[in-house]
Design a protein. Structure first.
Length: 319
């Protein structure tokens, strides 16, 4: 399905069905938000202001955390900002960008409008990655958080899937994650972009990212539609499983990572006598309201994925 085309690497001419993509592609230089403001910032953070929203911490209501000194809470909130950005980097570099490259390798099976729009999406995601790297460095350096940052659940799951699936099947599975990641708006994006209490530069970056993603949620399904029609029944089942698993994983609060990070932060703070949080909320909220229509448009019944999702299972290898 994602084999590189053996024909000349020229994309086919646009036709009437590409009208929407042509309009999107031609507006990119004006609408792409994150690329307009991507220089490495020379900014001094307000160290008395939070870097992240307390409500987004998985242990925000834990009594041990609630009794922490304000300075320690600021350090923990900064770690929350770093984890959020690390997850953003993982989504961009391990999911979206590789899937965009896979799609571009379809060659003449894509219209020139599709190829150009996919390339612009790839550029957007590269800028998102650059911003997240810079924002992590700002927080880590100015807050003095030189600690060990653990592997995230998202990365662990993808590594396990890649070890289990063939290369071709993993590309299909990853494409499902790409579709979901580009068509839902997490509570992180929604809440942080409208939070006046957090660092202004951090709020600004999230708001720019959100504007780009609001465009991507409309165009990425158009890319996927050009691929799924050629799936076998087994490949469709694998793709559906990828959608279901990604819907579970993306809102996860990275509890395992926090259990490694919190003791280190207590050490950085200089008071290891404080008790660690014990009450965690496993998942946050996400807006998947667009998914039923998207799934129906690519031939997948929404009821197979969306209602009361079952316990996560390992991806199924196709033959």
């Amino acid at each position: 399905m994602f084999q590189h085309s053996t024909q000349d690497d020229l994309y086919r001419s646009n036709d009437a069905t590409d009208e929407r993509l042509i309009k999107i592609e031609r507006s990119w230089h004006k609408r792409a938000q994150i690329k307009l403001d991507s220089q490495r910032p020379d900014i001094q953070l307000d160290l008395q202001a939070p870097d992240f929203l307390e409500a987004l911490l998985p242990f925000a209501h834990d009594p041990h955390y609630q009794h922490y000194p304000h300075a320690l809470k600021l350090l923990i909130l900064s770690a929350g900002w770093v984890i959020y950005n690390q997850k953003t980097i993982a989504i961009e570099t391990e999911i979206i960008c590789p899937s965009c490259i896979d799609l571009l390798q379809l060659g003449p099976r894509l219209s020139s409008a599709s190829a150009a729009t996919i390339s612009e999406t790839l550029a957007d995601e590269a800028y998102h990655t650059l911003f997240s790297i810079n924002m992590c460095e700002l927080a880590i350096t100015q807050r003095g958080m030189r600690i060990k940052w653990p592997e995230l659940e998202l990365t662990r799951h993808l590594n396990q899937a890649q070890a289990t699936l063939s290369e071709a099947d993993f590309k299909i599975y990853r494409l499902a994650f790409s579709l979901v990641s580009e068509t839902f708006i997490s509570d992180y994006l929604a809440d942080l972009s409208d939070a006046p209490e957090i660092q202004p530069v951090f709020r600004h970056v999230v708001a720019l990212h959100k504007k780009d993603e609001l465009v991507h949620k409309h165009i990425f399904p158009l890319f996927v539609q050009q691929v799924v029609g050629g799936f076998t029944a087994q490949q469709t089942a694998l793709f559906t499983r990828g959608i279901a698993n990604s819907i579970r994983i993306f809102p996860m609060r990275e509890i395992s990572a926090w259990r490694i990070i919190l003791p280190q932060l207590l050490e950085v703070f200089g008071d290891q006598s404080l008790l660690l949080p014990t009450q965690f909320t496993e998942t946050g909220e996400a807006d998947y309201s667009a998914m039923p229509e998207i799934l129906s448009s690519i031939g997948i019944h929404p009821d197979a994925v969306l209602p009361e999702l079952p316990v996560m299972s390992e991806p199924v290898t196709t033959v």
